[in-house]
Ligand binder design. Structure first.
Ligand code: ADP
Ligand code: MG
Length: 244
């Protein structure tokens, strides 16, 4: 008998209320290793709250989270963020201004100084910035800083990477290159990615799967092509209609 593959990340029936309002309403999502799922929806629909719960910086009212089949959060279990093997990257993820690029990348790692340096250099090489290892963040462009932030997020080898609109601060010219590069690096590492965006075009470009969210609920899930071509309702069709 063939095994069912275990999802790298499984979100089951997540619920979160704020002041009596249901902001996350029975959200279930699976992400397989090396796959990118985009959590796509308009501003205010509950995307960031969902991500913060998965990261462990907020807690659900009910629902279960597993990483590689191990429960990291449920009614009874609540592992702290650092015990979940889940990385978090968002738009304003600031680098430490007083640390050089290599030390920024090595900052959260365990091991000897030499080991941390080696891993930092490996990742800086991967994002094309090895030559800038000794520079300080202010000496880099916005796009370069973003690549350092990516290297830093990946350095501890998280099994899951959560990204909250990480590209929205970049200008259009830079964005495409950095998106592609980010995906390539994460796929190489076999990381499961849950990427939050409010831009259908970004989801179409980056996702293996799209989970379309509205008013706290996942209203449709599937391959980008299917979600785009067979929207579940008029509102979903309208949401995608500004792509050309
Ligand atoms: P998105 O990321 O999709 O824009 P959010 O998850 O940030 O949406 O927010 C969803 C809803 O939850 C919004 O109405 C927001 O005002 C509300 N919300 C988010 N965080 C809190 C909080 N800590 N306390 C109260 N309401 C919150
Ligand atoms: Mg948000």
């Amino acid at each position: 008998m063939k095994h069912q593959p275990i999802p790298r990340l499984e979100v089951s029936h997540l619920v979160r209320d704020f002041q009596g309002q249901r902001v996350v309403d029975d959200v279930s999502i699976r992400v397989m290793p090396g796959q990118v799922t985009c959590l796509l929806g308009p501003s205010g629909c509950g995307k960031s709250t969902t991500l913060r719960i998965i990261a462990g910086v907020d807690r659900q009212d009910s629902g279960t989270l597993t990483v590689d089949g191990e429960v990291v959060s449920s009614d009874d279990i609540h592992l702290p963020p650092e015990a979940r093997s889940v990385g978090l990257m968002f738009q304003d993820f600031a680098l430490f201004p007083h640390l050089c690029v290599a030390d920024n990348v090595g900052f959260g790692l365990s091991g000897s100084r030499k080991e941390k340096r080696a891993r930092a250099h490996e990742l800086l090489d991967r994002v094309g910035l090895l030559g800038d290892a000794g520079k300080f963040p202010h000496q880099l462009s916005g796009g370069e800083q973003q690549r350092v932030a990516l290297a830093r997020a990946i350095a501890p080898r998280p099994r899951v990477m959560l990204m909250d609109e990480p590209f929205s601060g970049l200008d259009n010219r830079l964005r495409d290159g950095i998106r592609d590069e980010t995906l390539e690096v994460l796929k190489d590492e076999g990381t499961a990615v849950l990427l939050v965006t409010h831009e259908p075009e970004e989801a179409m470009r980056m996702a293996d799967n799209i989970a379309l969210m509205r008013g706290g609920k996942i209203v449709q899930q599937g391959a980008p092509y299917n979600v785009y071509n067979s929207p579940v309702d008029k509102a979903a069709a309208a949401f995608f209609s500004d792509i050309n």
